[in-house]
Design a protein around this ligand. Sequence first.
Ligand SMILES: NC(=O)c1ccc[n+]([C@@H]2O[C@H](COP(=O)([O-])OP(=O)(O)OC[C@H]3O[C@@H](n4cnc5c(N)ncnc54)[C@H](O)[C@@H]3O)[C@@H](O)[C@H]2O)c1
Length: 395
Amino acid sequence: MVIKPKVRGFVCVTAHPAGCAAHIQEQIDYVKSKGLLKNGPKKVLVIGASTGFGLSSRITATFGCQADTLGIFFERPSEEGRPATPGWYNTIAFTNAARAAGRYAKNINGDAFSDDIKKQAIEAIKADLGQVDLVVYSLASPRRTHPKTGVVHKSCLKPVGQTYTNKTVDTDKGVVSEITIEPANEAEIADTTAVMGGEDWEMWIDALLEANVLAPGATTVSYSYIGPEVTWAIYKNGTIGLAKNDLERAAKSLDAKLKAHGYGRAFISVNKALVTQASSAIPVVPLYISILYKLMKARGTHEGCIQQIQRLFATEMYNGSALNFDDARRVRIDDLEMRPDVQEEVKKIWPQITTENLPSLTDIAGYRTEFLKMFGFGLPGIDYEADIEPHVPMV
Ligand SMILES: NC(=O)c1ccc[n+]([C@@H]2O[C@H](COP(=O)([O-])OP(=O)(O)OC[C@H]3O[C@@H](n4cnc5c(N)ncnc54)[C@H](O)[C@@H]3O)[C@@H](O)[C@H]2O)c1
């Protein structure tokens, strides 16, 4: 099968196995180029391990710290005439590379919100790892079936309290338009918090503690975003931001629990805005990311998921470093994004953007390149005209 990108709005419905593998290799090479980290984690559970920040966390733990990893994710295998999702191919490529390097890597594909997947993960840890010393919680999901009530909660990306109007871009067509989003109601706010808030992270840590598979002194981290004022109505002060407040609440509660369990720690790292499958679905944010990429690339401060997480591990979590918290007890690896000179420029450029000047005022080209790369397209050295086997079993 010859596999070409098929972009439908903010998703690409195809993925290229060899391209995904090349993307994984790029990330591995980057981590290796930075050298081994001191005092790194040795046995790691990554929840949301197949794409974005969770995948980069798994790669950094494996190739930067020589850790053994168990990865949990929800990906679709190939079907007749249809390639698998990129996270499927990413995981296969990662696992092969990890095992070739002598590291243990096991995968569980299923709904991380369910009791069953937690049970399967605990059984795998007991059988193969004994205990884990790092748990990365990096889920981004549109829905969650609550394991106790059976209720299906659907998250939404809406403002809270008032209608929001701002510019947005159709990243595929390159058309800038105005979008108006009505505020969420109480049920939508509660549903989004049920999906993207901290309850499931707490359920995971409680289950791991109860099964005695969390090493004394273990760390757990989850990721959040804050960003500039221009996106606050839809992000920080919107439904997703309220869910992230709940994630922060959970971090504090888990930290107290883990402190009682051998001086462990739980915290939130606030990461940079990046092109991922999760962020491309948020209105307004891709336009901001396109401006941001241009400004940060010009300053030589641009980072992708792997650079962000390698820096988090190297300068905050391990390697003889200590966590530097902001006044709300969050680690900030969005520091380069939030630099005043960058944000002043964003403010100047934002009102000027039109469909016509989008290519010159923003890095929309870079956005598209990154977007396609997530699906394994545009990688050097890959023959995209060649036939490739889309049906690859999970390893
Ligand atoms: N992308 C950004 O700009 C950005 C910035 C800062 C923080 N974050 C945060 O980072 C975290 C990860 O987001 P991302 O952008 O890397 O997203 P992503 O879409 O790339 O990754 C999501 C991961 O969750 C897994 N997943 C989703 N639903 C699942 C389920 N029910 N069961 C098991 N696995 C499931 C997917 O398989 C995938 O591995 C989120 O908390 C997000 O808010 C993202």
